[in-house]
Ligand binder design. Structure first.
Ligand code: GLA
Length: 728
């Protein structure tokens, strides 16, 4: 619900459990007065207090009122160079070289339904589900209009934000910064949690107290990155899984981003999130509009668990598109870890032919099937089937796989090119590179200039022909290096600051085309694993390969960190062979299955080499996963322990919406002598119901939650358990 109180110049957004409020203050400055647990109503602008503070300037209109300063108020969308010295949300460079931005409120409007953003991913849904608020601000001197957009999805406590900047003047305006979100707090005692890592170890949470000055995470790699995720949390110092106030902020963007928090001199805090201002500028011609990507906020008054569950519900129901919203996704087998790019058609069939007997439904042919792709220094860019490996092409291979009773999927990496490729030999200028410099290689490949329509068209037509040549129901879209030497031959010198963002818009446009032309195809995102695991890509690709690290023990941490924002149904997770290719670790096959069920579930091994007992385990795993598919993929998710604490086990739980079913999964650490007797307290059950555990006993829900169920002593390292709880 959005309430415009014209008389008191108040704008209030209510979700089921939270309230957000802003106030049009003197001189039409738009201030932020509140965001937190839902309140019945009222004007919270008593929180906005004035005081004459040294070195905090006063706008000209304030005359001799020295208590009115932009430097001291919480702002709704912070300005630049006109008296607020904290993190700006916007910076404009005008033809005269000035770099200030001063925004004043003009009007606002509420409408049913959700706004859409052209060319950018965004949450969506029905008219009944959403309300939209549009607030217009203006910088009169610059003749620039700013539209702040807010979407309210009441039932999931989701508030989305986006920003449009329009040049209403006659001259050029250069945008040097344009955040999607600014969130001010009149308090300092907050923690910031960011999700950081590296290739093969993504999204590990890191929590620190806000301290004076700016603390930030960002990406300048052209993708949202393995190193930092465009999702952060601000929270009370004592917030934990089940208690305390927290604010999650995600950016639906797959390129360079920045999430920065500042604790200022008067102990106020500010979070600003959006496209990274490093390397960014955008020239706005008269009448033109720039749209900043969408950000989404959820405030939970009851700990991280509730915040995550609300993000999961909103992503599953209002970000993922039909037909994959709610549709069952197949259990797959991918041969990458088994063969890499060294395979023949017969070898693929050899791996595939075991799969249907084990309940596997989709075979994915990974990297190596195209061009002269016999190693990673050749072939990218040439999207035609390598007939030496696959005689007769897909027309011959796909029917062989389908005859086994399986769907067929294929891998692509459309944004990349090897110098040893026909594409590069014909169009060397299509790769990003700076004139006069030799481009850096990453995995011996270069990056195509996806900011250019002609480049995308060429690649798209090739890939479309492949996808149309056979019955292909799944696509894995990979991206295996960071962007460097970012310069486009298609843009003039003064617009090179646009290339990174235009590249991302190009990726989205390419994805949109795929969705339009192949609406039933399941697309799995990938970027060397989880280097582009963000809300932007999830809009187009309903699942993303979570990490190239498929080791079950490391995956406990990676998937735990990922779960703070993203639902289990989006996390690509497979059972792979041991010793694990990344860590060398040996874990039991049962445990690898339990961990891969914390995701989309599939296999990544040479099934033709599996022992009879391994196949029997795989058969049981797929049957179990399919039996509990809805509970795992659509149920409410609870983290029961933190794998970073090195406790005796890591556990998590899925609970059905009616609380009549739950699945508890647990993996132990390394075994030690004299083990303690452990009890596991579960969450989210109904205290009034009695539950059977794995078909036995009768346990009251409150006992399972308050006292817990006894755990057996599991000898050996990295053992696993699953309890299926069913209400009687
Ligand atoms: C990336 C992906 C892998 C695999 C290889 C193929 O690393 O994350 O899953 O597809 O590329 O080159």
């Amino acid at each position: 619900m959005i309430i415009l109180d014209q008389e008191n110049k108040l704008i209030t957004l209510h979700t089921k459990n939270t309230t957000y409020q802003m106030k049009v203050w003197d001189y039409n400055v738009l201030l932020h007065s509140y965001y937190g647990p839902r309140i019945s109503g009222g004007d919270l602008s008593y929180l906005l207090r004035c005081k004459d503070r040294g070195f905090s300037p006063n706008p000209n209109e304030a005359g001799s009122d020295r208590t009115f300063s932009l430097d001291t108020f919480p702002q709704e969308y912070s300005t630049c160079g006109v008296g607020d010295f904290r993190l700006p949300s916007i910076a404009l460079e005008l033809p005269n070289g000035s770099r200030t931005a001063d925004l004043r409120y003009v009007d606002s409007e509420v409408r049913r339904g959700k706004y859409a953003l052209e060319g950018l991913p965004s949450f969506h849904g029905t008219e009944e589900e959403w309300d939209t608020l549009s607030v217009t601000l203006t910088d009169a001197a610059a003749q620039v209009e700013v539209e702040l957009l807010y979407g309210v999805l009441e039932k999931y406590d989701l508030i989305t934000r986006a920003v449009r900047i329009i040049n209403r003047g006659n001259g050029m305006v250069r945008l040097c910064r344009c955040a999607s979100l600014c969130l001010d707090f009149v308090r300092s005692d907050l923690d910031m949690i960011t999700f950081n890592g590296a290739h093969v170890m993504e999204r590990c949470p890191s929590r620190t107290h806000l301290h004076p000055g700016i603390q930030s995470v960002d990406s300048t790699r052209g993708a949202s990155s393995h190193q930092h995720n465009p999702f952060v949390i601000l929270c009370d110092r004592n917030t934990d899984e089940d208690h305390g106030l927290c604010y999650g902020a995600m950016l639906l963007y797959s390129g360079n981003f920045q999430a920065a928090a500042e604790l200022d001199q008067f102990e106020n805090s500010r979070l600003v999130m959006g496209i990274s201002p490093r390397q960014f500028s955008w020239t706005l011609e008269p009448g033109k509009c720039f749209t900043a990507p969408e950000a989404a906020l959820i405030c939970s008054p009851a700990g991280f668990g509730q915040m995550s569950r609300q993000f999961h519900r909103s992503i599953r129901h209002n970000l993922i598109h039909d037909p994959w919203k709610g549709r069952r996704k197949p259990v797959l087998i991918n041969h990458w870890e088994a063969t890499e790019m060294y395979f023949t058609a017969d070898k693929l069939v050899d791996i595939a032919k075991e799969a249907p007997h084990l309940g596997i439904e989709l075979f994915v042919m990974d990297d190596g099937w195209f061009g002269a792709r016999n190693s990673d220094n050749a072939g990218l860019g040439d999207w035609t089937v390598n007939e030496e490996k696959l005689p007769g092409g897909l027309e011959a291979l796909v029917p062989r796989i389908k005859k086994l009773g399986m769907e067929f999927g294929i891998w692509i990496e459309p944004e990349m090119v090897n110098e040893d490729s026909d594409l590069y030999r014909a169009h060397p200028d299509w790769a990003l590179s700076v004139p006069g410099r030799k481009p850096s290689r990453g995995r011996e490949q270069l990056v195509l200039d996806f900011s250019r329509r002609d480049v995308r068209d060429h690649v798209y037509e090739q890939i479309k022909a492949v996808l149309s040549s056979a019955d292909i129901s799944y696509l894995k879209w990979d991206m295996n290096r960071s962007l460097t030497e970012v310069w486009s031959a298609a843009l003039p010198a003064d617009r090179q600051g646009e290339v990174y963002h235009r590249y991302v818009l190009g990726v989205y446009e390419f994805a949109e085309r795929l969705r339009r032309d192949f609406p039933d195809m399941l697309i799995e995102g990938c970027c060397g694993g989880g280097g582009r695991f963000d809300g932007g890509m999830l809009y187009y690709t309903p699942q993303i390969w979570c990490s190239d690290n498929s080791d079950a023990v490391d995956r406990l941490r990676i998937q735990y960190g990922t779960s703070f924002c993203y639902p289990v149904s989006t996390m690509g997770a497979h059972v792979s062979a041991v010793p694990n290719g990344t860590t060398g670790r040996i874990t039991p096959m049962e445990t690898r299955g339990v961990v891969a069920m914390h995701g989309t579930f599939g296999y990544e091994m040479d099934l033709s080499k599996c022992t009879r007992s391994e196949k029997e385990i795989a058969r049981r795993q797929t049957a179990f996963f399919k039996e509990h598919y809805d509970l795992i993929q659509d149920g409410d998710y609870y983290r029961l322990s933190d794998p970073f604490q090195n406790g005796p086990y890591t556990a998590w739980e899925h609970v059905s919406h009616d609380k009549k079913e739950a699945l508890v999964s647990l993996v132990t650490g390394s075994f030690r002598g004299a083990p303690p007797f452990l009890t596991l307290r579960v969450k989210g059950l109904s205290p009034e119901l009695n539950y059977q555990i794995n078909g036995e006993g009768s346990w009251p829900g409150d006992v399972l939650m308050q006292v817990g169920c006894p755990l057996p002593i599991l000898q050996g390292d990295y053992q696993s358990l699953q309890f299926y709880l069913k209400a009687e």
